[in-house]
Structures are given as structure tokens and as C-alpha cells.
Design a protein around this ligand. Structure first.
Ligand code: C2O
Ligand code: CU
Length: 548
């Protein structure tokens, strides 16, 4: 294995989109940021210089980082932030991942513009489990706001009310031809007829799941979240916030020279205001006769709320090989996912204008009715655990079985809308097999939630609609070839069951990948204890960790 070095200079960079110029945080002046390239089993060292005006951290999304929580990145969970004017060197250890992952800021809403692709190739001497593509193309789906994301965060925390939706979805940072002042920047993919291209698609969006398609072409899905899948061919893809999809595109079309690839929001909660704009890029045959006037063909995308299309796509994901799913479960938990209300608490710096749906409340979100509050104590959770500092968190997640009610009934009683503030974590023994069943609820509207776990990939053994039934649903689990992911889309008004073996000691964040839900508290932490042997224990604390 090799070690690769990167320098990330984070600073404000002026960017113009939708006819507005604004300063955004970006890495090395690039938006999206640079791609990190590695091979399976390599180590990547990234020296991050914070030349911006605010605290920041970087997370390596989907990299398990065995025994190495120190460099995982979430602010106040595994580290104190990198202060303006200082730097911090991350050491990223790749183990089982092979495919597409990504990196992003893990502080406030900074990841809106601070993100980029991670491409993990097979080890030297081994190859993809499919014919080698002619070219590989990172395709990062994202969102653009004309307002400053710091403003957006403030608003999200203060009112928690109407989320300020993005002004455009983007492909590689560009809204594309359908938006004003955007034509010149539209991302273009030159292709040659007869060749095959690997699209490494990443959904970096802050608040949107997305459908993606290419006009005139089908896509062969070969991987997700850094692991291979049984190939299947589809007209469109649904990709949750945080997920990646590896797609083969065969450039074999002859009817036109140019085709749009397009991305649009998937959101089932029709009571929410959604960004239903379409981002486009252009697939351009370079060996075709000179382009004639006229627009490229648009692709057919499912409607914004097409739950059936999203469900069918997600259900088709299967691991390439038969996998070793643990059959005995040591820790089983059902965790409800809700959007909630909290009483306003101005004394807490929660200077709410209290625009929640019930007087004197603001919006919140929860896992099992606890709204996780970030550590205000100046100690991150990893340090608190490592140095046995008390009072930073409590080890009682989930602190009770989920409040029993019909989770998916349209109008749950208003008493059920309330949640508690806490910093409750789950501590598990090294090697324990953990099964989490995420149960969406209809409190303040059912919607899909992309649940993401740090430190582990997990098998998605089951998904279903309605209330999870302990008696019946486990019999439907796929224990043969379930997909291995780090982010699972919990279906609207339904549930998803995941399983993983806790063989990575450390402190690992778990949260909804919609940033508004993350800051509203739809989060918890898994602490995995050290095992007995030295190779089952956390690496020693690096002396370079930033101070709070
Ligand atoms: Cu992609 Cu905790 O994040
Ligand atoms: Cu969510």
C-alpha cells in the first residue's frame, strides 16, 4: 500500500451562479473541491490549512477508518474544530472500500461548498469486476443557495420553520442550461461513440435526495457507497443525500449528438416546499458530425414525489457476491425518526422567535425522541470517552423503547410532537453485532431520511412500509446478498433495518444526512469499546489534535 499526500487550503472564493456573485468557502479555490485518488488499502494524508474566517473540520464520508476515529472529522464528536489561521493533518486509512466515496466539511453547513470526490481503485494488479471503462467521470450532485449558508444555518436553528430551499440543484457545481446566466458553465462530458464511461455519482446535496438520468441512454449500476453491486440496467437512479452510485454509461447512441444528463429532487412530503428545478449537464459525442443548432434531448425523470420509482430502484441494489451477514444479533434496537417540536429556551442561546407549529415551540428533530445537542462544553465526545471526562454525554441511548403509537398514522396526537434535549450515546462491546431498525414516523409529516453511520459500512437487510412488525418483518430480511452501504434511505412512513459487526473501536457519529435534520438533533453516537488484543484497540491519540 502507498501513502498519498494532499494539501487543502480552505479559503473564501468568489463564485458566480444564477447571476449572483458570492464568496463561498472552497478548497484550493475549487468548487467542487479536488478529487482524492487512492487504491484499496492505501493511506492518504491531507494537510488542511484553514485560511477562512470560521472553524471547520473535514470528514471522509464512507471511509471506515479502522481504529482511527481521531481523523474522522465530525465537529465536537471526534475533534475540536480547526480554527482560522491554523492547520490539521488528517491521516485517512482505507481498508475494504473500493469505488466512489467523498469528503466534505463536517461543521455547520460548510459542506454546501466544501466537498469533493474520493476515488478508490482496486489494488495494483487487480481490476474492476467489469470491463475497464474508457474514462471515469466524477459527477457531484449538489445544491446552490443565493444566500450565504451561514445565514441559512442561523435561520434553520432559530425558527427551524420553513426551510429556505436551495435556488438550484447542481451537477459538478453548475445548475446548467435551464437556469439564467448558467449556460457557459454547464458541465460537459465529451464521449466517443462505442466507448464505455464510468460515472461516479455523488449526492452532496444538503437537503435533497435526487433522481438522476441521461437522455437516450440506460445506466448500468455496478456499485454504491464504495462496494460493488450485482450489475443491473436502469433508466434512472435515485440517490440519497450522502450516497454514491457507480454507473456505467455505454456511448452507443446514434440519433443525436448531444444529450442532457439531469438531476432533480425526490421528496414525498408534499407539504414541504421543495426545490423542483432540474440541474443539467451535457453528454457530447465528439466524433459526431458538427453540432447543429437546437437543444440536447432531455431525459425522462420520475416526478418529484414518485415514491414507487424510488422504491423500485432502491430494492434492486444487491451486493455483487454472497456476503457474510451476521445471523446472531447482540444489540437490537428500534429507533424512531421524527421531526418534532421543542419548547423555546432563549436562556440557552436559543434566541428563538418560536415559529414552531405550536405556540412557544420551535422545530426540532430526533432519534427515539431525543434531540441530540452538540457539545457546548469545549470537549469533544471522543476526548471525553478517551480521558473518562464525565458530564459530556450519557450512555443511555436509546433511553427507552420508542413511545408506542401508530408511527405512520397521518395525524399523531400533539403530545407526541415533543422531544427531549440530550446527548445520549450507545456504548457497545467490541465485536458485538448491532441491528438498528429505523422507523420513520408521521409526526409533522412522513418523509424519507438518509441515515448515515460513521466508522462502518452496514448491510441493509430489510426495508418496508408502515410500522415495523417484530413478529413478521424479520422473516423478510435478505441475509444473502444485501447491499453494503454507509447511508440508507429510510422510506417515507416505513422502516429500514441495518446490521453491522462493531469491530471498529472508537466514537462514531450516526445522523440523518439532511443537514437541517442534523442540526435539529436527528443524531446519536455509537461508542465501540476496545477489544482485548492490541490490533482491536484504538490507535493512540495524536498529539496534534486541535484544542477547543
Ligand atoms: Cu457525510 Cu456525518 O456525514
Ligand atoms: Cu432526516
Amino acid at each position: 500500500s502507498r501513502t498519498h499526500h494532499y494539501d487543502f487550503f480552505i479559503r473564501e472564493t468568489n463564485v458566480t451562479r444564477l447571476c449572483h456573485e458570492k464568496a463561498v468557502l472552497a478548497v484550493n479555490g475549487q468548487f467542487p473541491g479536488p478529487t482524492i485518488n487512492a487504491r484499496k488499502g492505501d493511506v492518504v494524508v491531507v494537510n488542511v490549512y484553514n485560511q477562512g474566517h470560521k472553524n471547520i473540520t473535514i470528514h471522509w464520508h464512507g471511509v471506515d477508518q479502522p481504529r482511527n476515529p481521531w481523523f474522522d472529522g465530525p465537529e465536537y464528536i471526534t475533534q475540536c474544530p480547526i480554527a482560522p489561521g491554523s492547520n490539521f493533518t488528517y491521516r485517512i486509512i482505507f481498508s475494504g472500500e473500493e469505488g466512489t466515496l467523498w469528503w466534505h466539511a463536517h461543521s455547520d453547513f460548510d459542506r454546501a461548498t466544501v466537498h469533493g470526490a474520493i476515488v478508490v481503485h482496486p489494488k495494483l494488479g487487480s481490476s474492476f469486476p467489469y470491463p475497464k471503462p474508457h474514462k471515469e467521470i466524477p459527477v457531484i450532485l449538489g445544491e446552490w443557495w443565493n444566500v450565504d449558508v451561514e445565514k441559512l444555518l442561523e435561520e434553520t436553528k432559530r425558527t427551524g420553520g420553513d426551510f429556505n430551499i436551495s435556488d438550484a440543484n447542481t451537477i459538478n457545481g453548475q445548475p446548467g442550461d435551464l437556469f439564467p446566466c448558467s449556460k457557459d458553465g454547464t458541465f460537459r462530458v465529451p464521449v466517443e461513440r462505442g466507448k464505455t464511461y464510468l460515472l461516479r455519482v455523488i449526492n452532496a446535496g444538503l437537503s435533497n435526495d435526487m433522481f438522476f438520468a441521461v437522455a437516450g441512454h440506460t445506466l448500468t449500476v455496478v456499485g454504491t457507497d464504495g462496494y460493488y453491486l450485482k450489475p443491473f440496467t436502469t433508466g434512472h437512479v435515485m440517490i440519497s443525500s450522502g450516497q454514491t452510485m457507480d454507473l456505467l454509461l455505454h456511448a452507443i447512441n446514434v440519433s443525436a449528438n448531444r444529450y442532457y444528463m439531469a438531476a432533480r429532487t425526490f421528496q414525498t412530503n408534499t407539504e414541504l416546499t421543495v426545490n423542483n428545478t432540474t440541474a443539467t449537464a451535457i453528454l457530447e459525442y465528439t466524433d459526431a458530425p458538427p453540432l447543429t443548432a437546437g437543444s440536447p434531448e432531455p431525459p425522462v425523470l420520475p416526478a418529484v414525489d414518485d415514491l414507487a420509482a424510488a422504491t423500485a430502484y432502491t430494492a434492486a441494489l444487491r451486493s455483487l457476491a454472497t456476503v457474510d451477514v451476521p445471523t446472531h444479533v447482540d444489540e437490537h434496537m428500534v429507533v424512531t425518526i421524527s421531526v418534532n417540536v421543542l419548547p423555546c429556551k432563549p436562556s440557552n442561546g436559543d434566541t428563538s422567535s418560536c415559529e414552531g407549529p405550536i405556540n412557544g415551540t420551535r422545530f426540532a428533530a430526533s432519534l427515539n425522541n431525543v434531540s441530540f445537542v452538540a457539545s457546548p462544553t469545549g470537549v469533544d465526545i471522543l476526548d471525553a470517552y478517551y480521558h473518562s471526562i464525565h458530564g459530556v454525554y450519557t450512555s443511555d441511548f436509546p433511553n427507552r423503547p420508542p413511545v408506542a403509537f401508530n408511527f405512520t398514522e397521518p395525524e399523531p396526537a400533539t403530545e407526541l410532537w415533543y422531544t427531549d434535549r440530550g446527548r445520549r450515546v450507545k456504548v457497545v462491546e467490541y465485536g458485538a453485532v448491532v441491528e438498528v431498525v429505523f422507523q420513520d414516523t408521521a409526526i409533522l409529516g412522513a418523509e424519507p431520511h438518509p441515515m448515515h453511520l460513521h466508522g462502518f459500512s452496514f448491510y441493509v437487510v430489510g426495508r418496508g412500509f408502515g410500522n415495523f412488525d417484530e413478529g413478521k418483518d424479520p422473516a423478510t430480511y435478505n441475509l444473502v446478498d444485501p447491499p453494503y452501504q454507509n447511508t440508507v434511505s429510510v422510506p417515507t412512513g416505513g422502516w429500514a433495518a441495518i446490521r453491522f459487526r462493531a469491530t471498529n473501536p472508537g466514537v462514531w457519529f450516526m445522523h440523518c444526512h439532511f443537514d437541517r435534520h442534523t442540526v435539529w438533533g436527528m443524531d446519536t453516537v455509537f461508542i465501540v469499546k476496545n477489544g482485548k488484543t492490541p490490533d482491536a484497540q484504538m490507535l493512540p491519540r495524536p498529539p496534534t489534535m486541535p484544542k477547543c
